[in-house]
Design a protein around this ligand. Sequence first.
Ligand code: PMP
Length: 466
Amino acid sequence: ETLDTQPVRNYDIEELKRLDMAHHLHPFTDTKALGKEGGARVVTRAEGCYLYDGDGNKMLDGMAGLWCVNVGYGRAELAEAAYRQMLELPYYNTFFKSATPPVIELSAKVSSLMGDEFNHLFYSNSGSEANDTVIRLVRQYWNLMGKPYKKTIISRWNAYHGSTVASASLGGMKGMHKQADLPIPGITHVMQPHWFDNAEEGESKEDFGKRAAHAIEQRILELGPDNIAAFIGEPIQGAGGVVIPPSTYWPEVQRICEKYDLLLIADEVICGFGRTGSWFGHQTLGIKPDLVPMAKGMSSGYLPISAVAVSDKITKVLIDKGGEFTHGYTYSGHPAACAVALKNIEIMEREHLVEKVRDETGPYLAEKLATLADHPLVGEVRTLGLLGAVEICKDKKTRQRFADVGKVGTMCRDHIMKLNTVSRACGDTMVVSPPLIIEKEQIDDLVAALRQALDATAADVEKLGL
Ligand code: PMP
């Protein structure tokens, strides 16, 4: 029997669901509502692009977990890399003049993927921690440069940079800010480059892209260029709804950062490691950042690991003038996680997954997802590489949203789950981000499920008179 047909272990799923409700507080979850709906879906194993749950369902994972399982599930090589490393050296830290072979090799490898400007990595365990590290690096850099007044970081509304106090502050999720009394001081938010939601009537994408970039310049001038330390942006916003900026946006942002002497931070936690058809999203979009936080696809999610790639411009100052950098985590550069990340990159290179996304599956997803544009609920379809978005709206022509944004998206998400296919609703935007190993037939299945779920949603909308 293959893994595909034979459960590895037999679980008492009802008992697990009961224990889950009794003892587990889930992230980003309304626990009371979850209880009413019969508890969590318990995923017990996975293979390739498919998840298997305890109720006997096989599901196509159109989200690669949380945008991270780039090489797909069930890679024995990654398990073996962790196993071997754990036997040889399960843990040692990287503080106090120490290192281990995997962290050194991974640092050299990732540097080689990033071009000439980047030669050093600082490690952490999650995207959130990488972005906390970014704030520390930015502050340290400007202090060392003798410009301690350059402190404020500009971000965008609807950006996602993590869930810690500092990284959620960097992010522009208003609901998170409200619940947690954020942002912390020193962070300011400007409009996002989301043409579908934020453009004026009749405004072209190109004009809108420039206007969104100029919002950064305006804020710099309002607060005084001497007070602004950096700008942070995801090359493509992920959790905000796969927002692909107009082509005029990033070149203008780059120009503004250079003009006012801002550090440019490209948050590559989603875009990194092949998602957009290059190793990094900034390479696809022609951005020249100074700091690059990365996580997720670095280990394809098999073990937690993240890093910030630090450009030579910054490391030179840190090293020459900085003395001790008083920052780090117990598990910075964890040897088993680094060994898995190295093997993950080896698999991506061997199987040409970046080229596959760029030349084959990315263009194919674009072609197939575009066929949904004729659907009465669909206002816009966007893709880049293996990131895709389908905008659900009330009026296709005016791009008017349904009242209570998120309600219809959630209905569509629930419908597609019933079709044993995972796609996420970001507000009323259905998004996909499948494993980079996905094949064309599986993309067909994913798009067919989306259409069927949209049809079912349209029927609900009519029934409810929304
Ligand atoms: N940055 C971006 C762009 C992300 O998408 C995420 C997670 N979705 C994070 C940071 C935070 O990563 P983590 O959940 O690993 O802390």
